[in-house]
Design a protein around this ligand. Structure first.
Ligand SMILES: [Fe+2]
Ligand SMILES: [Fe+2]
Length: 221
């Protein structure tokens, strides 16, 4: 089987996201997060000593959240968010089969990763393949560091929250909820991921502090 054309697969999923209201821009822009999960997987693959199926992981990274395209209303997002891996598994199988280039065994391995990408150590007790460990960790790490810094701004833009209000949100609420913090590093599978996470947290903290300083003014005291 020739190596997957990742760029083409990414374009297919971007097209699907472009037909949605919530996953093409703003805080849930999956065209951005998918790219970051893909690149973070590459980084974790490089760091891994296990013999892993790289192409399975990278293809799954591109497809892992595609089930969100089935959540087309606010109501559905609220009620069916947890089902997006199941929807995604089905869609992934359909799209990869339609390409006519992939062996069945390869497709099913990718589908399996998509299906279980949210079954993290903190949530589900199961035996995880090295491939699944990497995908799950990359999915969390992709939301950290600079990404975790810009996400609230994407959110505030989409939801018409003032920039200064947003900075305040980062200072207060965001510190205690959202993203991954030192307290929930246990959600990561691999030791190497925990090391990366700590580095990313420091990076985000630096950016947070910069914008706190930048917006300190007698006008808002
Ligand atoms: Fe997901
Ligand atoms: Fe994701």
């Amino acid at each position: 089987m020739p190596p997957p054309d990742y760029k083409k697969l990414y374009e297919i999923v971007c097209d699907l996201y472009s037909n949605t209201e919530h996953f093409y821009y703003g805080q849930w822009d999956e065209t951005f997060f998918t790219l970051r999960v893909f690149e973070t997987c590459k980084d974790l693959i490089r760091k891994s000593k296990a013999s892993i199926e790289k192409e399975v992981i990278l293809t799954a990274a591109i497809f892992h959240d595609i089930g969100k395209t089935k959540l087309n209303t606010e109501e559905k997002i609220k009620k069916e968010w947890d089902d997006h891996p199941i929807y995604g598994a089905k869609l992934t199988r359909e799209i990869l089969t339609k390409q006519g280039k992939f062996e069945n065994d390869f497709i099913e391995k990718v589908v399996d990763l998509v299906k279980h990408h949210d079954d993290r150590p903190s949530k589900v007790d199961m035996i995880r393949s090295d491939e699944l460990k990497i995908l799950q960790d990359a999915d969390l790490l992709a939301d950290m560091g600079i990404a975790s810094f810009i996400r609230p701004f994407l959110y505030s833009g989409k939801n018409k929250r003032r920039t200064l209000e947003n900075v305040n949100y980062i200072k207060t609420e965001r510190r205690t909820n959202g993203g991954i913090s030192k307290e929930n590093l246990y959600r990561l599978n691999l030791r190497s991921s925990k090391r990366v996470a700590k580095k990313l947290m420091k990076e985000a903290e630096k950016l947070d502090n910069k914008i706190f300083k930048m917006t300190q003014s007698e006008l808002v005291e």
